[in-house]
Design a binder for this molecule. Structure first.
Ligand code: FDM
Length: 212
């Protein structure tokens, strides 16, 4: 029992282009860890349920216009408003599987032309993931999968720039998985990486903040 032993949960983030399979894989990881008896929750950003989240949702649906900097800061605020809950969940032993995080924030806004370092600044002090799973897929291939829902950023040219921005964020906490493989193959690789990470956190790996 994780609670009793006082070990913490892992903060695991899935990143990747639209249609790379993040959402399906985070569902699968959730069931997998639940099946093993691990306390686990699946989260996503933007969290569209908050007041800030509703502003973001309207913007993405092209129902409102906002300055690029302003929307960037709203995405960041949407993570800040969840930070303390995130920390208490992790400390009480719950693993969080998070579909998009600060890396999406930086990758998308810098792809639109905002300064890379400026984009990172408001993310400093948010919790650093223990593991970032990058579902890597060529932008053309993701676009071929169809199902771009017509939201603001679902365009091939922008997605290509986002892919380049993601490359600049890559660091030691990242693992790239070839997301063009069949869904079960991707799932198998992710399971192994996630289990490894959960174990490392149980053994007492400290929580830390972005970007350090
Ligand atoms: N997005 C997501 C950002 O531009 N910044 C962010 O900080 C986050 C978390 O919002 F196009 C973009 C990425 C995507 C859009 O994401 C909505 P979902 O996963 O399709 O809901």
């Amino acid at each position: 029992n994780n609670q009793r032993s006082g070990s913490r949960g892992a903060l695991i983030v899935l990143e990747g282009l639209d249609r790379s399979g993040k959402t399906s894989q985070s569902c699968r990881l959730l069931s997998y860890l639940e099946g093993l008896g691990h306390p686990v929750e699946s989260w996503r950003f933007p969290d569209r349920n908050t007041g800030v989240g509703q502003m973001i949702s309207a913007y993405l649906a092209n129902k409102s216009q906002l300055d690029d900097h302003a929307i960037h800061l709203l995405f960041s605020a949407n993570r800040w408003e969840k930070r303390s809950l995130m920390e208490s969940k992790l400390r009480s032993g719950t693993t969080l599987i998070v579909d998009r995080y600060s890396f999406s924030g930086v990758a998308f806004s810098s792809a639109k032309g905002l300064d890379f370092e400026w984009c990172k600044a408001p993310e400093m002090g948010l919790l650093a993931p223990d593991l970032v799973l990058y579902l890597e897929i060529p932008p053309e291939k993701a676009a071929e999968r169809g199902g771009y829902g017509g939201e603001r950023y679902e365009q091939l040219e922008l997605q290509k720039k986002v892919a380049r921005s993601y490359q600049m964020l890559y660091d030691a906490s990242w693992k790239a998985i070839d997301a063009s493989l069949p869904i079960e193959d991707v799932e198998k690789q992710l399971r192994e990486m996630v289990l490894d990470c959960v174990t490392t956190c149980q053994k007492g790996k400290a929580l830390s903040n972005l970007w350090s």
